[in-house]
Design a protein around this ligand. Sequence first.
Ligand SMILES: NC(=O)c1ccc[n+]([C@@H]2O[C@H](COP(=O)([O-])OP(=O)(O)OC[C@H]3O[C@@H](n4cnc5c(N)ncnc54)[C@H](O)[C@@H]3O)[C@@H](O)[C@H]2O)c1
Ligand SMILES: O=c1ccn([C@@H]2O[C@H](COP(=O)(O)OP(=O)(O)O[C@H]3O[C@H](CO)[C@@H](O)[C@H](O)[C@H]3O)[C@@H](O)[C@H]2O)c(=O)[nH]1
Length: 328
Amino acid sequence: MSDTVLVTGGAGYIGSHACKALSRAGYVPVTLDNLSTGWRDAVKFGPLVEADLLDRAALDRAFAEYQPMAVMHFAALSQVGEAMAEPGKYWRNNVSGSLNLIESAIAAGCGNFVFSSTCATYGDRDGEVLNEDTAQAPLNAYGASKRAIEDMLVDFSASHRLRHVIFRYFNVAGADPDAEVGEFHQPETHLIPLILDAVDGKRAALTIHGTDYPTPDGTCIRDYVHVADLVDAHIRGLEWLREDKGDRVFCLGTGEGFSVREVVDATRHVTNRPVPMHDGPRRGGDAVKLVCGSKRARDELGWSPSRSSMQQMIGDAWRWHQNGSYAR
Ligand SMILES: NC(=O)c1ccc[n+]([C@@H]2O[C@H](COP(=O)([O-])OP(=O)(O)OC[C@H]3O[C@@H](n4cnc5c(N)ncnc54)[C@H](O)[C@@H]3O)[C@@H](O)[C@H]2O)c1
Ligand SMILES: O=c1ccn([C@@H]2O[C@H](COP(=O)(O)OP(=O)(O)O[C@H]3O[C@H](CO)[C@@H](O)[C@H](O)[C@H]3O)[C@@H](O)[C@H]2O)c(=O)[nH]1
C-alpha cells in the first residue's frame, strides 16, 4: 500500500497541521487546494497540487499521479455568517466539490476516506451533551452541506465499499506548538484569533455577538479543542481504516464548554493584556451551546487530548499570532 495521503484543504488552518502530523507519522501528504482561503506558504510538508474540487479532470489527474492510499478531506467553505448570506456557494463548493472528490477517489481505486464534519450539523439541542447518536438538525447552509456529505459517504460506502471515518469537530483552536503553521484566515471570523487581534491592536475591539442567550453569562458556549490534538485523532482514524475496522463517526471535543466571556477572560489572563471589547447583537445561525461527548474517540481510537486546556490553546495561538502569518 502506498504511504501517500491526498489532503484536500492542506493549505488551510487544520489541513496544514494535518500535513505536519502525517509527515511525522511517516506518510507523504499531498495537498490539493485552490488557495481560496488557504495559503501557499502553509504547504510545508509535501507537494501542492493547485486545483479546485469542482474540476473533476484535475482531481482525476491528481489521483493518477500520486496514487494515494487515502484521502483526508478538509477543503470546504466554513463561515456560518457567509453561509447564511450565500447558501448556494456552500451547497456548490462543499457538496458538489465533495461529490466530485468521492467519485474521483472511487474511479482511481482509493477506498479510504477521512472527512471533516462539524458539530454545526446538530443545530440547537437544548443544552444536552452531543455525541455520535444525537440527531442532526443544522441551523445554516454550512452545517447542512456537511450533513449532506456525511449522507453521501454512507451511500457510496454501501455501493462501492468506500471505507470512511467522519470526524465531527467542535471548535478548533490553538496552533502548532513549534509555530511552523497556525491559524490565519482573511477575513478572520473565529473568536480566539479575533480576541488576539484586539489585544495587540490589529483591530479596535472585539464585538461579542449576543449577550442575551439563555446561558449563565448570556453569551454562547462552545467546546474548544487544540488543533494538534485534533490532527492526532486523524492519524488514529487513518490507522483505523488501514486495519479495516469499518465506517465510523467520531465526535472530537473535550467535553468542557466555555462561554465567549470566559474565553475573553482566559485570553486576558494568558496574554496579561486588556481585551478591548463591546457587546453587539446576536450573529445569525449561532447555536446557544455546543459541547461534545468524546467517549467513543477515547475508547475506540485511544484518543486523549493533551494540549486542549484553554490556557494552552490560547498560549499556542498567541505565540503563533505574534510571529506567524502567510502571504499568498
Ligand atoms: N476551524 C474549525 O473550528 C472547524 C470546526 C469544525 C469543522 N471544521 C472543518 O474543518 C475543515 C478545515 O477548516 P479550516 O478552519 O482549516 O478552514 P480553512 O479555510 O483554513 O481551510 C480550508 C481549505 O480548503 C480550501 N478549499 C476550499 N474550497 C476548495 C475547493 N473547492 N477546492 C480546493 N480547495 C478548497 C481552502 O483554500 C483552504 O485552504 C473544513 O472542512 C471545516 O468545515 C473546522
Ligand atoms: O467576533 C466574534 C466572533 C465570534 N463570537 C462568538 O464566539 C463563538 C464562537 O464563534 P466562532 O469562533 O466563529 O466559531 P463557530 O461559529 O462556533 O464555528 C466554528 O466552529 C464550528 C464548530 O462549532 C465549525 O464548524 C466552524 O467551521 C467554525 O468556524 C460564537 O458564539 C460566536 O458568536 C463573538 O462573540 N465575536
